[in-house]
Design a protein around this ligand. Sequence first.
Ligand SMILES: [Zn+2]
Length: 354
Amino acid sequence: MHVMVNPIEDRTFRSLTYMTGLEVEVFIPNVQKLIDDEQPLEERYNSDFNWKRYHNLEEIYAWLDKILIDYANVTEGLVIGQSYEGRDIRAVKISHNTGKPAIFIESTIHAREWITVATATWFINELLTSDNSQVRELAENYDWYVVPVLNVDGFVYTHTNNRLWRKTRQPNANSDCIGTDGNRNFDAHWMENGGASDEPCEDRYAGSAPFSEPETEALSEFVASIKDDLRIYLAFHSYSQFLLYPYGHSEEEIPQNKEDLEAIGDVFTSAIRNLAYGTEYTHGTTANLLYIASGSSIDWAYSELDIQLAFLIEFRDTGRYGQVLPPAYIIPNAEEILAGLIALVDKAKDLNYI
Ligand SMILES: [Zn+2]
């Protein structure tokens, strides 16, 4: 269990754990220091878009505008809907020819998972600029749809108010607590088996009803509109270094193509392990590997849209830095996810999903 302790409570916390015999290890002595280092002052006024620091929504959208101009032949900008606070939820389509099998990437449904949008934008850039033959193959043989920031309101809020905010920003009736966990808000075994919370103040609040959030509703309508071409659904998250597949609502219910999902999990994790970083990923079903989690987007894509390959990837790390992964790790994380995805798509082709 990872716990963040208010400095004022530090001594009490230590003496309590000492008295109860709990073993404690300090991962991060000062969380605020890490947060400050994510956007160093000298970089903050540097308008270059790069992957040496984390960017805010305005910078990310300005970069999207730029690539849509620079790569106008192969890109298309889409607005899939508006957030509760009225912001555009944008997607980029990368396509070298019409009618290719499609792969969809959902990123940053959880506002504080900044490494997800950094990786999504880096990946878009690789698809457009890399001359590596495997990446070119990936870029040119598929229609890619990427939503770099789904939870736009929450993401803005992590930049302006609370770095560790997770949920959307829509108020809840009869509660002072704001927001819903977007990844418990999908219409797939919604609120089953204790896999989410019905308490609006909780981080895993499932919302008042499936798709109560404009962001998840917009996403579901968009994905449903491309489902005939869609072969692979990917959801980017952090942290834990996991490749997860359905189901989340039950440990007993096993997907009918479990063997294929396992085989894909094997090649994904070994592709990552074989890079110089040697990072260890583990694969399995959400319920078995992580915890019971109902109403997630991958379960919805899998069971409601019949997208046979739906994966949730929990990026680096395993808790050393947690959600506040220093920017020096953006590129290593992105490189290993690219290697993993090359292997994943390759195996999906071998197994005739594409
Ligand atoms: Zn997440």
